[in-house]
Ligand binder design. Structure first.
Ligand SMILES: [Zn+2]
Length: 230
């Protein structure tokens, strides 16, 4: 499982020279084809620990930058480990316009931390985003949010032990130094749970209110038409 850059023939690998991943631009899980490949001769001379390649997304043609660790230098080739680091991760999406302004600012930064694999910075920003949301929900807001999160835990069937750090981040109000350290899996759960809580507390209400306003407008218009034609 590796990729080789040859002095003469260029790039080759087990699956040809192609790979698949979620494109950071169009969000499609797409095939990627090599677009810019470093010169093997230059790498053999300088023997860097890491090598950067640019792939092109087959779906949207955007350039995707990947970093590979060098495995072996031969006389006329360089072999790379197949697992790579994505220098740009897909952005997490959310209908931010439904959130209170202050919460929106904090939650956007939280998602930027998540996309950058900074999971504990993400957790800290989740606590701030949640605290800001409770403030704008007013009296009983935190309790209501807590109920939504409990329902989410139940629907997703997450056991109490795995869920404890997520609850601690969102609902404990101690010092930030006391927050649990989260790994990638726990950060992923926190992300989905907080998105769901915001959805239930803000997006759902906003969408419903907007839809009802539109319905009422059309009923009003129809009544006006009836009245004017009578
Ligand atoms: Zn793309």
């Amino acid at each position: 499982m590796s990729i080789r850059l040859h002095r003469a023939e260029g790039i080759s690998g087990d699956d040809g020279d192609r790979l698949s991943l979620e494109c950071p631009y169009c969000g499609v899980f797409a095939n990627m084809s090599p677009q810019a490949v470093p010169d093997a001769k230059f790498l053999i001379n300088t023997r860097p620990k890491h090598v950067g390649l640019v792939y092109q997304c087959d779906a949207c043609n955007a350039p995707v930058f990947l970093r590979f660790a060098a495995k072996e230098f031969g006389d006329d080739y360089v072999e790379l480990y197949r697992n790579f680091v994505e220098l740009e991760r897909p952005k997490e999406r959310f209908p931010f316009s439904y959130l209170p302004k202050h919460t929106e600012v904090l939650f956007r930064e939280a998602l930027a931390c998540y996309s950058g694999n900074n999971f504990n910075a993400f957790a800290s920003m989740c606590r701030r985003s949640a605290a800001s949301a409770y403030r704008s929900l007013g009296d009983g807001g935190k309790l209501r949010a807590f109920e939504e999160v409990m329902i989410a835990q139940d629907i997703a069937g997450i056991d109490d032990d795995s869920f404890a750090p997520i609850k601690s981040v969102l609902f404990e109000s101690g010092e930030e130094e006391d927050m649990p350290l989260l790994n990638r899996v726990q950060a992923g759960i926190l992300l989905e749970v907080l998105k769901d809580m915001f959805y239930q507390c803000f997006v759902r209400r906003g969408k419903l209110t907007r839809a009802l306003k539109v319905r009422r407008f059309f009923v009003q218009e129809a009544n006006n038409d009836l009245a004017s034609s009578a």
